[in-house]
Write a protein that binds this ligand. Sequence first.
Ligand SMILES: Cc1cc2nc3c(=O)[nH]c(=O)nc-3n(C[C@H](O)[C@H](O)[C@H](O)COP(=O)(O)OP(=O)(O)OC[C@H]3O[C@@H](n4cnc5c(N)ncnc54)[C@H](O)[C@@H]3O)c2cc1C
Length: 324
Amino acid sequence: MDPLVAGLYAGDPEQLSVSAVFPHLKRLERIYGSVVLAAIKSRFGSGTGGSACNFARRALFSFRDGLGVLPQAIARHLADRLFLNQYVESVRRAAGGGFVVTVRQHRVAHSSKADSVVIALPAYAAARITVQLDPSVAETLAQISHPPLAVVFLGYRAHAIAHSLDGAGMLTPAVEKRNVLGIMFSSTLFAGRAPPGHAALTAFVGGARRPQLALLKPGELQDLVHDEVRRLVGARAAPLLARTHVWHRGLPQPGLDHAPRIAQVAALEGGHPGLFLTGNYFSGVSTVACVQQATETARRVQHYLASRRAGDEALSQGCELIQK
Ligand SMILES: Cc1cc2nc3c(=O)[nH]c(=O)nc-3n(C[C@H](O)[C@H](O)[C@H](O)COP(=O)(O)OP(=O)(O)OC[C@H]3O[C@@H](n4cnc5c(N)ncnc54)[C@H](O)[C@@H]3O)c2cc1C
């Protein structure tokens, strides 16, 4: 479990909730009574709950041109209904119903009124803007930890690496005390990540296991990862290309008390009709889980607005009858 948790959540398995991190495993345990039994049954084809062993593989998801394809496609679809570089400072209740959203662009702040608001931000950012709605929920959101995570992308000539890279990559157990959480064989997994005759590797450094490593300088991170690539897959020459991106707040860690925390956050919606929260701290960090969660939220918003419209129409018809 330890390498898997490090690979998917950059997390510490001792501190994470199984139901939040591996809802699929929890479901299999419910269906079969044990995860081992579920694995055996799905191996021999008599299971109905899906394979216990392929969930990690399914979590490896990307587009041909990278994950950025998804927000870019959504932006194209929204066209002039999308407002970029607007920093939301706060959401609060409006006097006559609905919400007031205060947004800052550069140094200028302005407020707008909205019937409904969807907060689709990381937990720490949602915490900042919900303080005026409910300081205690804001505090709960702020407590969800996001340890720093560095992503180091290295490109080599294929023949400079002894290993055939015939797999998805590797995840390292904490007991080995390695400097990487895992290394993905990006050019094996996804087309177009490296030119012919070259290999691209993506390494993850830091997370809950060793957060301080993610904060090294880019050159230090690249040296550290190259050294691990040398030991683990036999790199015989320096990389031709190196890119580093540090996420100072990486992935949310659903701790052992995650379920009551999420219940408290969900109750905020109940207390403020028209307010919706979604994001990767609810039901999984993978893009697939985020899209599912967002789709479900969009349905709830649609339902809320439709029932509000129906209520308004009924009210105006009632007024007409009274006037007649
Ligand atoms: C290093 C790394 C690698 C990953 N690799 C993969 C992978 O290979 N496959 C996969 O499926 N998942 C991967 N994930 C997970 C996945 O990318 C995230 O869980 C997912 O993008 C979260 O989506 P989101 O919409 O909830 O939040 P985000 O994508 O974080 O979007 C939130 C947006 O809100 C904006 N924002 C924040 N505060 C404000 C504010 N006050 N006002 C206005 N806007 C604000 C942010 O700028 C951001 O654009 C990775 C995550 C990390 C950190």
